[in-house]
Each structure stands twice: as C-alpha cells, then as structure tokens.
Design a protein around this ligand. Structure first.
Ligand SMILES: [Zn+2]
Ligand SMILES: [Zn+2]
Length: 308
C-alpha cells in the first residue's frame, strides 16, 4: 500500500496570498509550499480522501489516471472545491467505458456540496453514497468506518475515517484519518491502536481562542497518547496561524495567541514556533521524545510518498 500526501496545508494554502507573516516569508525564501490537504491511498485500487481546489495539479503531478472512490470529510471549501476536476476522468475515457466515481460523504455534507456539484451526479461523473457515522462500509479492498468529529457549526457533517486496507481482515493495514476537528463526541473502538494515524496539526500551540475549531499539535499529543498508533503518526493540514513573539503580523485576524505555549513536561522554556518544514521536523522530534509518544511522528509535506 502506498500513501501519497498530495497536499498538507490549511484552508488557504501556504504561503498564503497577501501574507507577510514570518512563517510565509520563511517559506517563500526556501521555495516551500503546502497545498490544500488531500491524501491518496493506493493498493490494488486508488482511494482519494478530499478533493480541494489544488486537486488538478496534485493529481497531474502523480499521473493519477484512475480513481476508484473518493471520501469527503466535510463541507469546507478546502476539502471539496476541486470536484469539478473529476469530469476529466470521464472526458478522457474511451467512449462508453467510463464508470462513475463513487463519492462517499455524510448527508449533511452533501446538502452543502450537492447544491454546487449536484450536476456531476446528473452528468454521470460521480455516484453519491451517503455515509453514516459509526456505520462501516466496504469499497473495493477498503473497509471504511466513518466516525463523527466536532469541527464547529459550519461543518456539522464532518467525519473522520478509520480504514482497513486488504481483503483479509487478519493482515489488513489499519489507518485512521481525522481531517479537521477539535474533539470527538465519542471515541469508537475502531480508532484505537491503528497502524497509522493521520492527524491535523493546524498550529503548534493550542490558541487561547480556538476558532474555527481546529487541532493544534499541542492538543493532538493528547489524542495520540490516547489512541496509541502503532507504526507511525503523520501530521497534515498545517497552517500559519501561530502567534510569534515580535512578529508585526500578529495583528492579522488569523493569528492566534497561545493559551499556554507548549513546554517540555519537565519544565524549561517553551518550544520555538516552527517556520518551515525543517523546523517543524526538529520541534516535533523533540516533543515526541519529551512527551514519550507511542510511535514516530512524521511531519508530512506535499508529494511525500510512503510505501507501507
Ligand atoms: Zn480544512
Ligand atoms: Zn474544515
């Protein structure tokens, strides 16, 4: 099985348009970027999780010529606005051979997304499959269990997905993909002890006011300790909203002052806010060791491919 991190950024990508904060400036200097978060899972079939506005370039870069299913996590633009690009899979198929791509999402998400992209179903580009939290379904060799996540009043349809990959349940690889969330109404057994956890890390430090309801790495540490992934955790949906001492950009509305900046549990000065990939890797490695996290934690970056 292969994981391809097509994009690893927050809702407006990094560096963000018009933004001269220290994070965006540092990333421009190093020619770094993070596109909107999406993940491709490839085994015998290909499963795409989320389909944001960067999806065309993302799929082109990896020469993805077939999608067997798409899972949508919730009705925010950065997770679905690229759905019109799916039309190309039909346009380029030999006449009469195309089979619509099954798209899975909650009824609440489809209520919003269908208002814009309902025509894709009428055109025979997609078939829509409404999923219910805590009701498992199978698509190709993927056993999928959607679980309810809390991501604010503008994303009432949000879910994460626990996915087992393989035909034989005895040796299936188990992945948990949270997408955007701040909490869960309940923790179903299906999300404990996955082989791989893919979790949002929108800020390093938990902000004093957590709007619009995202997961910081500081907060994610508690979920990682609770769910105990076995092989590896991957961080995605990384933003630039961390408040950085002395940065004039702190006045921007997206910047969030930390509640209590993260420190080693044994005390000492707080960890520096990472400005780019290298600094994220350094600080996450330190935190994993200091907090005794159960497995290695990788800061994903765009186009990272991992063979599992
Ligand atoms: Zn998002
Ligand atoms: Zn969201």
């Amino acid at each position: 099985m292969k994981l391809t991190f097509l994009g690893t950024g927050g809702a407006w990508g990094l560096p963000e348009l018009n933004c001269d904060c220290r994070i965006c400036r540092q990333m421009r200097l190093g020619n770094e970027k993070r596109e909107r978060t999406a993940l491709l899972l490839t085994h015998e079939s290909s499963l795409l999780i989320d389909c944001g506005p960067d999806i065309r370039d993302q799929l082109c870069r990896h020469s993805v010529s077939r999608l067997d299913a798409v899972l949508i996590t919730h009705e925010h633009g950065d997770h679905y606005l690229g759905m019109d690009e799916l039309v190309s899979f039909k346009r380029t198929s030999p006449r009469g051979e195309f089979r619509p791509i099954p798209v899975f999402l909650t009824a609440r998400s489809w209520k919003v997304i269908g208002a814009q992209f309902g025509y894709l179903e009428k055109m025979g580009v997609i078939t829509v499959h409404e999923v219910k939290p805590s009701t498992a379904f199978r698509v190709k060799e993927f056993e999928v269990f959607p679980f309810k996540t809390s991501h604010g009043s503008f994303a009432l349809g949000s879910v994460g997905y626990s996915i087992k990959v393989g035909h034989n349940p005895g040796n299936a690889a188990h992945l948990v993909y949270t997408s955007d969330f701040v909490d869960l109404p309940e923790h179903p057994t299906q999300i404990f002890n996955p082989d791989y956890l893919i979790i949002q890390s929108f800020w390093l430090n938990e902000p004093r006011i957590n709007t619009p309801q995202h997961m910081s790495f500081q907060r994610a540490v508690e979920f990682i300790k609770l769910w105990k992934p076995i092989q590896r955790t991957f961080l995605v949906h990384i933003g630039d909203g961390d408040w950085i001492k002395g940065d004039p950009a702190n006045k921007m509305s997206k910047k969030r002052e930390p509640a209590q900046p993260m420190k080693p549990p044994q005390g000492g000065s707080h960890y520096p806010v990472p400005l780019n990939q290298e600094e994220w890797e350094g600080v996450v490695e330190e935190i994993c060791a200091d907090y005794g996290l159960p497995c290695k934690c990788t800061v994903a970056y765009d186009d990272l491919c991992v063979q599992l």
